[in-house]
Design a protein around this ligand. Structure first.
Ligand code: NAD
Length: 495
């Protein structure tokens, strides 16, 4: 079905036909064992449009048991055969991209063209790890002629994947694909705000030939479904993406079973613009860094660290552009979509109200908004808070909305110090035309990834993850595979 037909169906009927409702366990959709459901909302219209299974510990037990049962055979499936399944997944995602993108936009509130990009990225992710599956290999050790020593990389076993609401499909893809490539089985728990595309992905995986039980999805709240999953003694690794407090709880639960974790916990990432930068590129980079997905990105460039000489000019240009960005329902392809929930909108608005009360200059936006066509939805204007002091909460805390906070600096050394001046360390952007300076600053900025002269440059090939409170461990690239394999060393005396 075409995108236009699907969008037409939604606006005519208020929902879409054929949306998944149950958990996906052991190769099939099943109702919650407790029979309970909950609703998912269209953030662009602030209304519920579909009910899905509200899972609990009983459902998690069923899913983990299915994954455990499937582990031995999947782990022993020839690596190239695992890769072939993942390649078919990539093909199916591309074949069904229109439906996936419409559902992703509807469930999360993001602009349809961004959801289309996420779907393309998810396909690319399965393609990448399809190619990686048969390149996971061990090592040999030089013990002398009377010995042989070698290692093999085994799958760790059942893995749990706790997915956030800001990039529901692409976060699921980037953590599930390497796990499957390595021979692990999966139980995923999508966010309760955005459960649908992870369920659709599990169905695609099954249709691509993944054996029953290898990838399971349990929906429900973090407390009722996520908590039991990360505390389950049969889970051998947890990949978690979300907030810092929840990440700490997840790590504590996993610790009780000595289960490994990767934590991807967001950030307060700086975009540093030096006076020698190409201002046109900097304007585009800063706008994309904070207003894409309405700022609901762990790696959003939410702080502009700008050299004094270009501060006034840059903020003026950014403010003009921010004010001109078109908000609207995601399916109408706006430049900025909705925030994911009413509670999240309240949180974002609260930060800006707090800044206003403290006398911070609001150079653009600063107010709640609605979809101009319907007058409904959870929106916030693209906002710029200018010349903010380093200790202000809008500098130190993750807002996770379309709010840029500006810090003015003098020179390279202060720029690096200010860039490093929060408890987070996920990514950073640097705009400068001085090659040596770019690399000196990149060396000294404490972040898991540094972009030079193009924010978000990169793709699935590049390892991604944070330092400090942004978490640890890396997703994407070959680095991600390390979470899903364990090294077994073998040594033998032969002479
Ligand atoms: P959250 O951390 O509570 O939720 C993320 C995921 O964890 C969801 O799937 C949720 O159901 C699950 N979860 C919640 N409690 C759990 C528990 N005790 N055990 C296991 N799983 C649990 O995040 P949120 O409340 O949806 O959002 C709050 C803030 O988190 C946001 O404002 C933002 O700052 C941050 N966030 C960051 C990212 C990111 O990409 N790093 C994504 C989403 C949210």
């Amino acid at each position: 079905m075409s995108t236009e037909t699907l969008v037409g169906e939604y606006f005519a009927s208020g929902t879409l036909s054929g949306l998944p409702s149950g958990h996906f366990i052991d190769g099939t959709f099943v109702a919650a064992s407790g029979g309970r459901t909950m609703e998912t909302f269209d953030p662009g219209a602030a209304r519920p449009y579909h009910a899905f299974a509200a899972g609990d510990a009983g459902d998690v037990d069923r899913a983990v048991a299915a994954a455990r049962q499937a582990q031995r055979a999947w782990g022993r499936t020839k690596a190239s055969a695992r890769g072939a399944v993942l390649l078919r997944v990539a093909e199916l995602i591309r074949a069904e991209a229109a439906r996936l993108a419409v559902v992703e936009s509807l469930d999360s509130g993001k602009a349809l063209q961004e959801a289309e990009g996420d779907v393309a990225g998810a396909a690319r992710c399965f393609e990448y790890y399809a190619g990686a599956a048969d390149k996971i290999q061990g090592d040999t050790f030089p013990l002398g002629v009377d010995y042989i020593g070698y290692s093999i990389e085994e799958p760790v076993g059942v893995t749990a994947h706790v997915i956030p609401w800001n990039y529901p499909l692409s976060t699921a893809a980037r953590s599930i694909a390497p796990a499957l490539a390595a021979g692990c089985t999966v139980v995923a728990k999508p966010a309760e705000q955005t459960p649908l595309t992870a369920l659709m992905l599990a169905d695609i995986l099954a249709r691509a030939g993944l054996p029953a039980g290898v990838c399971n999805v349990v929906t429900g709240t973090g407390a009722e479904a996520g908590g039991p999953l990360v505390a389950h003694p049969d889970v051998r690794h947890v990949t978690f993406t979300g907030s810092v407090p929840t990440g700490i709880r997840v790590m504590q639960s996993a610790a009780a079973n000595v289960t490994s974790v990767v934590l991807e916990l967001g950030g307060k990432s700086p975009v540093v613009v030096m006076a020698d930068a190409d201002m046109g590129a900097a304007v585009e980079g800063v706008l994309g860094a904070i207003y894409e997905n309405a700022g609901q990105i762990c790696s959003a460039g939410s702080r502009l660290v700008v050299e004094r000489g270009v501060h006034a000019e840059l903020v003026e240009r950014l403010a003009k552009r921010a004010a001109s960005l078109r908000l609207g329902h995601g399916l109408r392809r706006p430049q900025v979509g909705a925030l994911s929930s009413a509670a999240h909108l309240d949180k974002v608005a609260g930060y800006v109200e707090g800044a206003r009360a403290r006398g911070v200059t609001i150079a653009a936006g600063g107010r709640r908004a609605t979809d101009p066509q319907s007058g409904a939805g959870w929106f916030f204007q693209p906002t710029i808070l200018d010349a903010v002091t380093a200790d202000d909460p809008v500098i130190q805390e993750e807002i996770f909305g379309p709010v840029l906070s500006v810090q003015v600096v003098d020179g390279e050394e202060e720029a690096v110090a200010v860039a490093n001046g929060t408890d987070f360390g996920l990514v950073a952007g640097i705009y400068t035309s001085d090659f040596g300076r770019a690399h000196r600053m990149a060396r000294d900025i404490d972040a898991g990834q540094v972009y030079i002269n193009e924010y978000f440059a990169g793709g699935i090939e590049v390892p991604f993850g944070g330092n400090k409170l942004s978490g640890f461990g890396r997703e994407k690239g070959f680095a991600a595979l390390r979470s899903y394999t364990r090294t077994k060393s073998l040594t033998a005396k032969i002479g």
